[in-house]
Design a protein around this ligand. Sequence first.
Ligand code: IVH
Length: 658
Amino acid sequence: MNNYQIRMNELYELVKHHAELYYDNDSPEISDSEYDSLVRELSQLEHEHPELARKDFLTHKVGGSASELFAKVNHKVPMLSLDNVFTPDELNNFFTRINQTQNFTCEMKIDGLAVSLIYQDGKFIQGATRGNGTTGEDVTQNLLAVESVPKFLKNAPEGRVEVRGEVLMTTERFNALNKLRDERGENPFANPRNAAAGTLRQTDQKIIAERGLDIFLYYLVEAQSFGVKTQSQALSWLSEHGLPVQEAWKLCANLDDVNNFIAQWYDERFKLNYVTDGVVIKLDDLTQWPEIGSTSHAPRWAVAYKYPPEEALTRIKNIIISVGRTGVLTPVALLEPVRLAGTQVQRAGLHNADEISRKDIRIGDVVRVRKAAEIIPEVIEVDKSSRTGNEKVFTMPSYCPACNSEIVRLPDEAAFRCPNRASCPAQLIESLRYFASRNGMNIKGLGKSLAAKLIESGKVKSLSDIYKLTPEDWTSLEKIKDKSAENIMSELESSKQRPFVNLLTALGIKDVGKNAAELIVDHFGNVDAIMNASESELSQIEGVGPVIAKSIHEFFRNESNLALIQDFRAMGFSMGSEIITTGDKLQGKIFVFTGTLDSMTRDEAGVKVKALGGRVSNSVSAKTSYLVAGDKTGSKLVKAEKLGVKILSEQEFLELVN
Ligand code: IVH
């Protein structure tokens, strides 16, 4: 492998890890600008060495690994987007272009994910995402788990029917999900759209069903072939066939009607139980649509009027500092409560000290705050005309508010950091929460609030301490009842059985997410081999590279980290595979498993492969030697067939290894 390739492989891992922390976990380890520079470096290298680029890795559309997981679907009719207008003037232009003496439908613009559903003789046979408009992802199995997607149409129409709409998560479900995520030590989703996207990407349909997605349909493809001549008829047609249609729409006879609809729903949209961000205006007479036509990305017979992001004026009561898992200090504005986008807000993120001085934000200032797609509002600007002279300039503290350590600022970083990784209580709370999160030790019930209680009680001073608490220790924590103490203790007990890769992820080593941890464990097998590995040995693993290698190497050179590992070892945690090699029959062979096996778990099957010198990988590539297919297989099988990878049934696999 040449140097570019090594660096690119590492960048793919780094970008994926930090994007996940940022988007899915909301707990970044590095500053936004450090992240941006990784992405920029990767894009540059991809540009210079396109042959080394991972085609299925979306450098620009981070957080989306769906394209690796789902089979592709070509849309028979392209799935177009909409042109946006933001002012009454721009809307007027649209009307003059089309001829305003006609009927228009106004529908609320749902902030979800566009999908297409196909029915054959009334039966749901395929669902796909929009993708790039021409090719989307096959999410049929996932949509089967969405209750409001009808599996059969009413008054079943003969032949093929394609309908399109928006998959969404209701605000109620969203709030409940975020509450649960907090309890589980996972960070909340930023907004219902992200939550819906993250949910639809799941490969476990049980999770989709549990979280509860919904759908509204708004488009009947090739409507005229069903005798439907207008969009309002199309909406009725969809309803009559049992497809859910939102109620917030109206047939409007002229521009005034349209403007009234827009004005009426400006406030009323917050009473809907799903998020909307504008109004879609469509020419009602769809027989004219083909003639009016489309641009490459949007129809000319429709337009989206986008509401401006909600803004409000309020006063900053104080600026406080929150300390993250890796010690980064983030200033947060405490606001006089104000209503914004249907909720009461009391806090705004201020990003960092540079941003505060750039916007000249002071304590006591009246500020304009905005809530766009995210939950946490931001301060747009200071209303300087309201200044009284009593405002106080904010300065970043020199000592950590949680542990009083002296704050450091690295020359090339915007961030201020508390360097006391080992015992700063604020960092410990975040580390403990991360330790317990799903990719880590997966300890249900140990979220941020419990983590805070544990650290604040002084009973937990390092991660391994939580396994040493007595039942009395638990019940003495404020508001922990006997029953929940029992639950959490049994959760902890079962977490001791997790594979070593979970522990390695849970330790929260900088730059080392679940993926990197898997690569490292796959290569070295156990903690001793990892500990003894040199930086250069570590960096030779494909996908690891020098940055991750350095992090790992440093981690295992630190006394308190070694003591922590020793502690886990003494308590009987798995420290990696103690696989006893029984032969070399599978030397050099790479196995991928898909679906469920009857006679054993995938992990057990993996042990058999490794015992015979083979390797196990998670994804199918040209290098895969065998795909072992159990029940309920998905896109891996399709990909393996395409690449000509040898496919084994469970029976054939057993014959090979036994
Ligand atoms: S009609 C060919 N109606 O907004 C036009 N789209 O920004 C098809 N959207 O891709 C779209 N609510 O995902 C239409 N009532 C509505 C909508 C809607 C939300 C989404 C849709 C579209 C995106 C464009």
